[in-house]
Design a protein around this ligand. Structure first.
Ligand SMILES: [Zn+2]
Length: 303
């Protein structure tokens, strides 16, 4: 069975039992194989009928537990429910609120579904954390999320790879690549942190006249003061503004606003989907792999 691209009608006929969900996770973990020992790379394994979430290497006897070291660790939720949750969240371009997911999964407790969603988001966020943007010219800017009146407001710094060219008909064209975000006040220190952890050294960066963004070191930075003129702004930093506007619409529309302390995980999901928008058929598979590769999330980190 091949899971890379999994249309809904196949998912709901092929993944109906705990055993099928487990098989999907084992194969996703080992790149399509039934097993590959993390210690000695051997592919032969022992399975115990009474403990189907454990496989043991035939060569070095290393035990691999399916949930250990993943976001499913210490969870009493069935793997079938987990896999279904990931499937629903990765359908479509907008994801799902906890309420919608609760309805789809038929689970009584809203809190339980909300916690699952947060763990999935944290895995998606973790998956992109190590990537550094630097292809083409980066657009760098910040947007403010939430409302000041409610005390629930936070800046988000966004950097996006872009490529511009002139097509055969002489039309100016441009395309966006990977995006990278940092949730935090728009300060020089945070801008530098985004550069140091998320950009390749020497990357070409365009930004606006904001003093907190234009004095970062380690990249080749150019800026235009655009705050007073919307047209100039649209021409100079089109993609980053589109990203911020869409992210705000998503947070407010799909999720009816998000508390600042959770914003990083929500925008982690948004950015994950944005970064893979040209590869939608493989989104579910990639998200399952992300869940298996991300470290466990403690309850304290969520509350
Ligand atoms: Zn081994």
């Amino acid at each position: 069975m091949f899971y890379e691209s999994f249309p809904a009608e196949r998912f709901f006929t092929e993944i109906t039992t705990e055993s099928e969900a487990r098989t999907l996770l084992w194969r996703s973990r080992f790149q399509g194989k039934e097993f590959q020992c993390p210690t000695c790379q051997a592919e032969a394994f022992y399975a115990i009928r009474t403990r189907p979430e454990v496989r043991t290497c035939r060569v070095c006897l290393r035990q691999v537990r399916l949930r250990a070291g993943t976001i499913f660790q210490a969870s009493k939720t069935s793997l079938l429910l987990w896999v279904k949750a990931v499937f629903y969240v990765m359908q479509g371009t907008r994801g799902m609120s906890a309420q919608e997911l609760q309805r789809h999964l038929g689970v009584k407790s809203y809190g339980r579904v909300w916690g699952m969603l947060q763990k999935i988001r944290s895995a998606l966020q973790h998956r992109d954390a190590g990537y550094r943007v630097g292809n083409g010219v980066l657009e760098l800017d910040a947007g403010t999320f939430g409302r000041r009146a409610s005390g629930n407001q936070c800046d988000v710094l966004v950097a996006i790879e872009t490529k511009a060219w002139v097509d055969a008909k002489g039309q100016a064209r441009s395309r966006a690549g990977f995006a990278k975000i940092l949730v935090g006040k728009e300060t020089k220190a945070h801008a530098q942190q985004l550069v140091d952890t998320g950009m390749r050294p020497g990357a070409l960066v365009n930004t606006d006249g904001s003093p907190s963004l234009r004095y970062v070191a380690g990249v080749d930075l150019d800026y235009q003061v655009v705050s007073s003129d919307k047209d100039v702004c649209e021409r100079w930093l089109p993609w980053v503004h589109k990203f911020i506007a869409n992210a705000k619409a998503w947070v407010n529309g799909t999720h009816h606003g998000v508390r600042v302390k959770h914003l990083g995980r929500y925008l982690g999901e948004f950015t994950y989907r944005f970064n893979r928008r040209h590869d939608v058929p493989r989104l579910f598979h990639q998200a399952v792999v992300a869940c298996l590769l991300a470290p466990p999330v403690t309850f304290c980190a969520l509350s």
